[in-house]
Ligand binder design. Structure first.
Ligand code: DX5
Ligand code: ZN
Length: 239
């Protein structure tokens, strides 16, 4: 499955880590303030979990909420913080386009939720956004063989999608290692994001498996001091 490895594989220590708090665990009555607070606390991205109560057994928020939050997803110096949309919806295409118009920066979708995966990737790129594929714990990586040259991000679920606050599924580590090999063999700049049950005490192991981007919902928003959690995660990543 793996293409022959290029001579010089990227040095893992050169990876730039990104922490993407998921607003699924934020206070929905104060989402604008929460986005500003978690950015102030050091968040690199805002992870935006879209659930349709069809692909997953939960219902969260849509493009209008993304549009409302766009102006809040800024750093104190005014620069934009990427909104990292995770579509747990089916069908995908119309909502992907709606989120693109609502200010999303990257859109990831589950290949099993789209009838034509390559067309959906093209559609997201046509909106000028980065496109990612999301893999549930039991879903195989095969589709990467035919999409690795088109995508910008791979998102590995380390919980079954639908809810925050679940426990990390250890089997995800092996999958992360496999994806890391595929990304390095492709020679392309593809981010490897992991989503679900990420905490300060497991983020290092997830990074060692090959991840460079970490979704954290309840680990961050469940705490009174967002900065201390994010700083603790960064310290583990730097260790
Ligand atoms: C679950 C979502 C995750 C979730 C992560 O379906 O995709 O992003 O919000 O929440 P924690 O970090 O609490 O597992
Ligand atoms: Zn997510």
């Amino acid at each position: 499955m793996l293409r022959d490895q290029p001579e010089s594989l990227p040095d893992p220590r050169m990876r730039t880590y990104r922490i993407a708090p998921s607003i699924l665990s934020a206070d929905f009555a104060r989402l604008g303030d929460e986005v500003r607070a978690v950015i102030e606390a050091g968040a690199d991205w805002i992870h935006f979990d879209v659930m349709d109560n069809h692909y997953v057994p939960n219902l969260s928020f849509g493009p209008m909420v993304c549009e409302a939050l766009r102006k809040h997803a800024v750093r104190p110096d005014g620069t934009k913080v990427p909104i990292d949309v995770h579509l747990m919806v089916t069908p995908v295409d119309a909502l992907a386009q709606a989120f693109a118009k609502a200010g999303a920066d990257r859109i990831s979708f589950h290949p099993d939720a789209s009838v034509h995966v390559d067309r959906t990737i093209q559609l997201i790129h046509a909106e000028g956004l980065q496109a990612g594929l999301v893999f549930n714990p039991a879903y195989p990586l095969d589709v990467l063989e035919w999409t690795i040259d088109a995508i910008d991000l791979v998102l590995i679920m380390s919980v079954n999608p639908g809810f925050g606050g679940q426990s990390f599924i250890p089997g995800a580590l092996k999958k992360i290692e496999q994806v890391r090999k595929l990304i390095d063999a492709s020679g392309r700049d593809i981010r490897l994001e992991v989503d679900g049950g990420i905490k300060t005490d497991n983020i290092r192991a997830v990074a060692d498996a090959g991840a460079d981007t970490f979704v954290a919902g309840s680990a961050v928003f469940g705490q009174p001091d967002y900065k201390s959690v994010i700083d603790a995660m960064r310290a583990r990543l730097a260790a």
